[in-house]
Design a protein around this ligand. Structure first.
Ligand SMILES: [Zn+2]
Ligand SMILES: [Zn+2]
Length: 264
């Protein structure tokens, strides 16, 4: 299973999961020009995308969906709560719409398990993607990591997990109004570096080795800070970086690492 992030952050999110049997796009939050450019950089033909799976209706996750789904053949999966919200802002052809519920569904041989995460959208989802013995999980746009969320993330070989903000940078940011700071910090907002680190340590102790820090704020975080908070938390628990735990970053303005997960 190949996993690659094309963009991550409040200005746009998109990842791609590929197996021998198909290509799945996870969120479609880049404008069509950037999306096509980054697909090409990642060596993925847009025609090869079999399905697009949507976490939630916020603009940074669906920005390119109307144009991409109009031009290419992929079916678009979202849950029953998200569709009416998506329909308010963009057009997706009715014949391309697919609905998933709170149970696993199959797309081209890949088992996709959705799970609700706490966020200020109607019913934001995290996902696990399983193909043979490879499991990749995705959790961004969540105010806290619930026990149920952790149970879905367990057993993953790779996890994209939100590391949105540094608490102090958010607190000190003079350009963010109080209501916005409160929204980000709330249980329906975004994960801080510390919250992310706590989840990463738990998951590393349970066998996950690869983590890609995601949805980093460009205003209330830095890649170095996010990395160091998670790295320190792991090292404090005795993990050796690049030996038993691997931290990678995702980026807003460029594609991320190419991950190849063993399927056997
Ligand atoms: Zn988002
Ligand atoms: Zn969101």
């Amino acid at each position: 299973m190949r996993v690659i992030n094309l963009a991550s952050g409040s200005k746009g999110n998109c990842s791609v999961i590929q197996t021998q049997v198909g290509t799945i796009m996870l969120d479609c939050g880049l404008n069509i020009k950037d999306l096509l450019q980054r697909l090409s950089q990642a060596n993925i033909a847009p025609e090869s995308v079999d399905a697009i799976v949507i976490t939630h209706e916020h603009n940074d996750h669906i920005k390119g969906l109307e144009r991409f789904s109009k031009k290419y053949g992929a079916g678009v999966w979202a849950n029953a709560e998200a569709w009416p919200m998506i329909d308010k802002v963009i057009m997706v052809a009715p014949q391309k719409k697919r609905v998933f519920y709170d149970k696993p569904f199959m797309v081209g041989g890949v088992k996709i398990t959705p799970f609700p995460v706490s966020h200020d959208s109607v019913n934001c989802q995290g996902f696990s993607f399983e193909y043979k013995n490879a499991k990749f999980s995705y959790a961004t746009d969540l105010g806290f990591v619930s026990g149920e969320n952790l149970s879905h993330l367990l057993g993953s070989k790779l996890i994209f997990i939100e590391s949105n903000h540094d608490e102090q940078m958010l607190k000190d940011n003079p350009n963010y109004p109080i209501y916005l700071k409160a929204r980000i910090k709330s249980s329906k907002g975004h994960l801080s570096n510390t919250q992310c680190a706590e989840a990463v340590v738990y998951l590393a102790k349970n066998g996950t080795r690869y983590f890609a820090l995601s949805h980093l704020s460009e205003n209330n975080n830095t890649p170095e800070l996010a990395f160091s908070v998670v790295a320190n938390a792991l090292e404090n628990e005795g993990f050796r970086l690049e030996k038993d735990a691997f931290i990678r970053l995702t980026y807003q303005h460029k594609i991320g690492n190419n991950f190849n997960l063993k399927e056997d």
